[in-house]
Design a protein around this ligand. Structure first.
Ligand SMILES: [Mg+2]
Length: 370
């Protein structure tokens, strides 16, 4: 099997809720990039990435698209099932830029699953259970508004809430208290500062919230600051933004810096290295959250498959980004039921890309392209 054509598409994905605020910045939607890799066997694999503006991670839409334009010609003619080999080709062609590799690597896995006639969860280690719990983020706002947002998510069946904090620690403590006042014993609370606090802020927040049961997520941006917080923290703590490479994950494990890690696919260049990181974290006994930074059904399918193939005892929750968006890009994704997400049963990602709604490709290499 050979790659004959790579087409790149882009969509605007406005948030259903209008605005999303974290790390003290507001975005009203995301700009995604989708890659379709076609072969001489008549199969096409799809991948997606949707950065959150340009402020959240190293990724931004223009950078992703420029990176895909550099990488795509390198892959023409290669066998898409030889995924590690193709990742080495991308390593040789481009230093870093994991975000640009992400939609390509996911599309290769979609092809691999289709070629094996197996859903990706089965290719990535085997489905452990039927579905995974979802969390909903409660965007930064006044404590009253955050309380109402929490109420809506609980009414919709979600049982894991991620309270966005990272501003004044005493205001943040009030936000958590209000949300916690609604949460019964079946609700799990995370407090995610997205690295926006100093260690000083984080220690004040911890002191003000001693009596509440929650998991602390990425209090500070710098690794050393998080180690200071970790030493004073009696709550379970997870690192997200600090877990941005396999090296970082090994350091977190060796330092005992967290009880869990978040593996965001776009930081690891797609499924291949995210799976490696997932397996390493599982072997170290760390709790694992597999997710990404946004997008619609195509990336949600990739997340669902990798998540469901993570041992149930060590996976935490994930996120249904496609339900945050007012635009869809795939059909065949199982409905979210009672705050839980399953993975498609069809081969590969198992979703049909709604190509007819994407407009013309941004650029094409191979066949009818250059
Ligand atoms: Mg986080």
């Amino acid at each position: 099997m050979k790659i004959t054509r790579i087409a790149t598409y882009g969509l605007e994905l406005p948030f259903k809720e209008g605005a999303y605020r974290c790390r003290n910045r507001t975005e009203t939607g995301q700009t995604n990039t989708m890659v379709a890799i076609s072969t001489d066997a008549g199969l096409t694999g799809w991948g997606e990435i949707a950065p959150l503006g340009a402020f959240y991670s190293e990724a931004f839409a223009g950078g992703v698209r420029a990176g895909v334009a550099v990488l795509a010609p390198e892959l023409l003619g290669a066998d898409p099932r030889e995924i590690n080999k193709l990742n080495r080709i991308m390593d040789a062609a481009m230093f870093g830029q994991m975000d640009a590799r992400t939609p390509i690597d996911i599309a290769l896995w979609d092809l691999f699953g289709q070629a094996c006639e197996l859903p990706l969860a089965e290719c990535l280690g085997g489905r452990d259970g039927e579905d995974v719990a979802l969390y909903r983020s409660i965007s930064q706002d006044t404590p009253d508004v955050m309380l109402e947002t929490a109420r809506r998510h609980l009414d919709d069946g979600y049982r894991r809430l991620q309270v966005k904090v990272g501003e004044d620690p005493l205001l943040d403590a009030e936000r958590l208290e209000r949300v916690a006042s609604l949460a019964g014993p079946d609700v799990v609370l995370y407090c995610d500062a997205n690295g926006a606090w100093t260690s000083h802020d984080a220690l004040r927040f911890l002191d003000a919230t001693r009596s509440i049961d929650y998991v602390l997520e990425q209090p500070c941006a710098r690794y050393g600051e998080n180690l200071i917080v970790r030493r004073a923290c009696s709550k379970p703590m997870v690192l997200d933004e600090s877990c941005d490479s396999l090296d970082a994950l090994i350091r977190i494990r060796n330092d005992g810096a967290a009880d869990g890690v978040t593996i965001k696919m776009s930081r690891f260049g797609g499924i291949t290295r995210s799976r490696l990181a997932r397996d390493l974290a599982v072997d170290a006994g760390l709790k694992v959250t597999v997710e990404c930074v946004g997008g619609a059904q195509i990336i949600s399918a990739a997340i669902a498959h990798l998540c469901l193939s993570t041992p149930m005892a060590l996976r935490t929750h994930t996120v249904d980004f496609h339900n945050w968006m007012s635009v869809a890009n795939g059909e065949g994704f199982p409905d979210v039921v009672e705050g839980r997400m399953a993975a498609p049963r069809a081969p590969g990602l198992g979703v049909r890309a709604m190509q007819e709604t994407f407009g013309d490709p941004l650029f094409v290499v191979g066949e009818d392209g250059s």
